[in-house]
Design a protein around this ligand. Structure first.
Ligand SMILES: Nc1ncnc2c1ncn2[C@@H]1O[C@H](COP(=O)(O)OP(=O)(O)OP(=O)(O)O)[C@@H](O)[C@H]1O
Length: 221
């Protein structure tokens, strides 16, 4: 187990906003661990994932990957780093409604160079692990609601990233499926991945190895 990602003295304010989201956040995240990012709506769970992925730049402070500040890099370098190291399961899974779940999972990885046969094998194993094997050939519109996040997780994991960032992966799922997703995330972490989950799930603490609770910044700060 080693620290993979760190937020150091992270301050962040969205353009044209008065109140910062973070005013000096320090946190570290390790391989082999599932960390739940919790906190009330608006406390910055999603924003922190975007900052850690280098999709947003902090107002001040740094994000470090294995001790190296990615925040000082030019965009292109962060983008290469992200494609090699990070899998991001966005809250809005943005699935292609004209393609099957399997095709949705493999498409971008194959586009980026993953062998199509390997991609398909991995996708089917992943869909199975996340309880979607029976839906593999369905289109997103043909499956029940709340499933898209699991497809997004499979897609994010296809390139076997060192870091998995998942935004609300269990939103809208029943208790049994929620447990299954957390268990699958635990198995991903057990292979050495640093797993971060932004979640409103009140039972997150029971499933995650670590919990980082974010708070709302008072408006006057
Ligand atoms: N693109 C944006 N532009 C301006 N402000 C934003 C933007 N996205 C989020 N915010 C604001 O930043 C703060 C943190 O939002 P964020 O979505 O990161 O919190 P969250 O904890 O993930 O919330 P939720 O649980 O509702 O998803 C909120 O006040 C939100 O309104």
């Amino acid at each position: 187990m080693s620290v993979v990602l760190e937020a150091r003295a992270l301050r962040f304010i969205y353009p044209r906003r008065v109140t910062p989201v973070f005013t000096g956040l320090d946190a570290s995240f390790s391989s082999h661990r599932v960390t739940a990012l919790t906190g009330p709506p608006g406390s910055g769970k999603s924003s922190l994932l975007y900052l850690l992925a280098g999709l947003l730049s902090p107002t001040s402070g740094h994000v470090l990957h294995c001790g190296t500040a990615i925040t000082g890099w030019p965009d292109w370098r962060r983008s290469v780093w992200r494609s090699q190291q990070v899998g991001f399961a966005f809250q809005d899974a943005m699935l292609d409604s004209t393609r099957s779940l399997t095709e949705n999972v493999i498409e971008s990885a194959v586009y980026e160079g993953l062998n199509p046969r390997t991609a398909r094998q991995r996708a089917l194993a992943m869909l199975d692990r996340f309880g979607l094997a029976d839906h593999a050939d369905l289109r997103p519109t043909e499956m029940p609601g709340g499933q898209a996040q699991r497809v997004a997780l499979c897609r994010a994991l296809l390139t076997e990233p060192a870091i998995l960032l998942a935004d609300e992966p269990t939103g809208g799922l029943d208790a049994g499926t929620t447990r299954q997703v957390w268990q699958a995330l635990g198995e991903v972490a057990a292979k050495g991945v640093c797993v971060l989950v932004a979640t409103r799930d009140v039972r997150a603490a029971a499933f995650a190895d670590d919990v980082v609770e974010l708070g709302l910044v008072p408006a006057a700060v």
